[in-house]
Structures are given as C-alpha cells and as structure tokens.
Ligand binder design. Structure first.
Ligand code: SF4
Length: 276
C-alpha cells in the first residue's frame, strides 16, 4: 500500500524529520503558517531565501526546502541585508527568535528597520532562551520565573511592536500561535509588499518557559493567548506591552516609503551617468 504524500511536504526537507522541537512547541505552527502562505501565493521558490539565526526556531532554515541559511547568533539580518543588496529580485525572509533578533542582534534589527530595506522578519517570541536552558531574555515579562531569574524577572522587557515601529519599520504586526488564520494572512501581505516588514508571533515554549510559570502544557499556554488577546488593528504600539492579562494583537503599521535598495540602486545609476 502506498502512503499518500502530504501536499505541503514539498516545502520541507523531510529527510531531516523528526524535528528537534519539543512536543507542543509553537515553532511548528509558525513553520506551518509560513509554508501555507507560500502555497496560497504560489510563490516562485527560486525567488525566496530564508535566513535564521541561533535558537530553537533557527532550525526552521534547515527544515524548509528552499535556499536557506542558518547563520550565527544575532546575525541573520546582516546576512539577509547582503543577500538583498546582491540580488534585489529575491524575497528575503528572516525567521528567528526574540533573543537572537533583539539581544545580540538588536543593533542589526533597528538599523535595517531605519533603512527600510525590503527584508521580511518573523520573530518567534517565546519569552526566553529555550535552546540553551530557559534563561531570561529581552522579552521576558516582569516577575516571570526563568532559570536565571528564579525569584522573578526584575528587568523591563522590550515591547517589540513599539520598538519596530519607532525604528522605522513600514509594516508591523503581532499575532500569537492561536491566531493561525490571521498570521497566515499577515505573512502573505508581508511577502507581497516592499520595505522593512516585521511580524511578532507570540509562541508557546511549554518546556522551558511555561512550566516555570504555572502553565505546564502547550494547551495552557495557548489558553492564555486566547484569553488575554485583544485584536486592535492600528492601535498605538506604545500601548501594546504584553502582560499576563492583555496581549494586544493586530496590524500596527502599514506605510509606504522608498526602500533602501531602491535608493541605493538609483544612486548608483545616477553616479554612473555622471561619470560617463
Ligand atoms: Fe520549543 Fe521551548 Fe522546546 Fe525550544 S525549548 S523547542 S522553544 S518548547
């Protein structure tokens, strides 16, 4: 008896399965949403590149059967910038975690957003460094218990949608892994637009975050996302801090302005004309 192939398995390097993610992890939902967006849009797979950094979600670059790069810690945006400038016809998507993008890679993020280079960034925000043992990171909520904050986190976390919009991103959205349909719609929108685009996906890490914070299973974490989420499109991102009883989700910014690569290539063309 032959086993039918899953219609989306053509997007995966199935020879690398089973994946390394813990059962119930939100990363699988993000991977699924991304390939469903590619499939819905029938994106030319020769025109898309995925870049990731280090962390659990970073393995996504290996699992996708696309041109993909699993780079060093904090550097996926630097690599993506090089790829985009070398070949502006490519769609370059960075998929990485909150620690990778906003701790060690924070500078790359804010300057790529400021330049409005057409890189699309999806951040899996699981509130901790899951892969390396559940340490606190730049998005760990106040009072949260992690392996490095056993008495509760005393640091103020980044509000990622506020940070992205303040730095100049021209598309900013936040969803959780509970909002699969809206997340897919947002990824599709992002893939079709120009400029620096950012989607934060609040994602469950039951193994290294949930169980230290009274949510022992993926289901309990997703029940939190469902209970606390408030959809408020185009509300003020400065007022969208994530708390235990309020997660503002939606699109926050959708704006147009010339992109870095357009300005760069126009500048090169002008300089060449003047010289000849
Ligand atoms: Fe997912 Fe957390 Fe496990 Fe990493 S440690 S694979 S983020 S559940």
């Amino acid at each position: 008896m032959s086993i039918a192939e899953h219609p989306l398995s053509k997007y995966l390097r199935t020879e690398l399965m089973p994946h390394i993610w813990c059962s119930g992890c939100g990363n699988g939902i993000i991977l699924n949403a991304f390939i469903r967006a590619l499939d819905d849009l029938q994106i030319d797979l020769n025109k898309i590149v995925v870049v990731s950094g280090i962390g659990c979600i970073g393995r996504i670059a290996g699992y996708l059967k696309l041109d993909s790069f699993h780079t060093t810690h904090g550097r996926p945006i630097a690599v993506a910038t090089g790829i985009k400038l070398a070949n502006p016809q490519l769609e370059v998507v960075v998929i990485s975690g909150d620690g990778d993008l906003f701790a060690i890679g924070g500078n790359h993020f804010i300057h790529a957003a400021r330049r409005n280079i057409s890189i699309k960034v999806i951040c899996a925000n699981n509130f901790n460094y899951g892969m390396t043992g559940g340490q606190s990171g730049p998005t760990t909520p106040p009072k949260a218990v992690t392996t490095t904050t056993p008495y509760g986190n005393i640091e103020y976390p980044f509000n990622l949608v506020h940070l992205a919009s303040a730095a100049g991103a021209t598309y900013v959205a936040r969803w959780t892994t509970f909002h699969v349909g809206r997340l897919i719609a947002s990824i599709k929108k992002m893939l079709l637009r120009r400029g620096f685009s950012f989607i934060e996906v609040v994602s469950q890490c039951p193994e290294m975050y949930g169980r230290y914070n009274k949510m022992r299973s993926a289901l309990e974490m997703m029940e939190w996302f469902k209970r606390a989420s408030v959809v408020a499109d185009f509300s003020d991102p400065a007022r969208a801090e994530i708390t235990s009883d309020r997660i503002v989700v939606g699109e926050f910014v959708d704006a147009e302005k010339p992109t870095y690569e357009e300005l760069l290539y126009a500048n090169i063309a002008q300089t060449t004309i003047k010289r000849t």
